[in-house]
Design a binder for this molecule. Structure first.
Ligand code: C2E
Ligand code: CA
Ligand code: CA
Ligand code: CA
Length: 279
């Protein structure tokens, strides 16, 4: 792609052109990326804080572009969301995750649950429900093996439809987690109305623990609240021993996801990680 290369170099002098060309490249190349296995999934374990047992993994997208190298999902996901292609990509993720679950099941690799990130614009679509049903049937996957992560912001945006959608997912036997909790905070009253299973407290909170007393107090209050609502709690972005001990001092019954236990891993690496955990 000489023209792309050229534009890309040009951008060093002009950030506007850079943004534009990178956006265009992402939108143009994403379909090919799915076909060519440039796009793939990694899986980050979540562990229970009390016994350190794996409770599940989160599926995260990676894109190794042939000329641009690795493009971060933090870059390409928002662009695909804006352009609508994220729905197609989500269908692809659902298919890959179900295929992977089926393979693990067949080889007796024990991964309790795989979480799929669901973009806000897709959560309330009838198509999503169909795609999930279709892939689950195709690979003979039981709903208990899948969790959908939906962001707090997308839920508050369209509360009534989000509540309905979550009810439908639960009817398929799926679990639902509220992702990035605490970033879109308006009112907490909706937590009583939406039948989610799990809350993932955004990593921006844990980042300042235990340095900031205010954030530590807030985190502690959120954990207490979620616990009283009988929601499963996941703290994400946990990187240090200090953070672990602070969190454990507030609450023992929660799950932890973060570099402290493991980075996101390719399927084969995850299997190695699981073997080490058992030994
Ligand atoms: P997210 O859903 O909040 O995912 C968690 C992000 O935190 C991941 O970044 C993960 O690699 C990172 N992370 C995990 N542990 C730690 C830690 O200890 N410290 C720090 N600093 N970060 C940690 P990643 O993989 O770069 O993904 C970024 C975002 O892109 C995700 O945030 C999610 O919003 C989106 N994304 C990734 N994969 C998908 C996907 O398949 N579909 C959709 N719709 N969005 C995705
Ligand atoms: Ca997530
Ligand atoms: Ca998150
Ligand atoms: Ca996030």
């Amino acid at each position: 792609h000489p023209s792309i290369r050229y534009q890309h170099e040009l951008v060093e002098y002009n950030p506007t052109i850079h943004t534009f060309s990178i956006e265009r490249l992402i939108v143009q190349d994403i379909t090919k990326a799915m076909e060519n296995e440039e796009l793939f999934l990694v899986y980050q374990p979540k562990v229970h804080s009390r016994n350190l047992q794996i409770t599940g993994v989160e599926a995260l997208l990676r894109w190794k572009h042939p000329t641009e190298g690795f493009i971060s999902p933090a870059t390409f996901i928002p662009i695909l969301e804006e352009n609508g292609k994220i729905h197609e990509v989500t269908d692809w993720v659902i298919d890959k995750v179900c295929a992977q679950i089926a393979e693990w099941k067949q080889r007796r690799v024990s991964v309790p649950q795989v979480s799929i990130n669901t973009p806000g614009t897709y959560v309330t679509s009838a198509r999503l429900l169909q795609v999930l049903q279709h892939s689950m049937q195709r690979y003979h996957i039981d709903g208990q093996f899948i969790e959908l992560e939906i962001t707090e912001t997308s839920v508050i945006h369209d509360m009534e439809n989000a509540i309905n959608a979550v009810k439908q997912f639960r009817m398929l036997g799926l679990s639902v987690a509220l992702d990035d909790f605490g970033t879109g905070l308006s009112s907490l009253s909706y937590l009583r109305r939406i039948p989610i299973n799990t809350i993932k407290i955004d990593k921006s909170f844990v980042k300042e623990v235990p340095l900031s007393e205010k954030v530590s107090a807030l985190l502690s209050a959120i954990i207490t609240l979620c616990h009283s609502l009988k929601l499963t709690i996941i703290i994400e972005g946990v990187e240090t021993e200090e953070q672990i001990s602070f969190i454990s001092s507030i609450e023992k019954e929660l799950q932890i996801q973060g570099y402290y236990y493991s980075k996101p891993l390719q399927a084969g690496e995850l299997e190695e990680w699981l073997k080490k955990q058992l030994s």
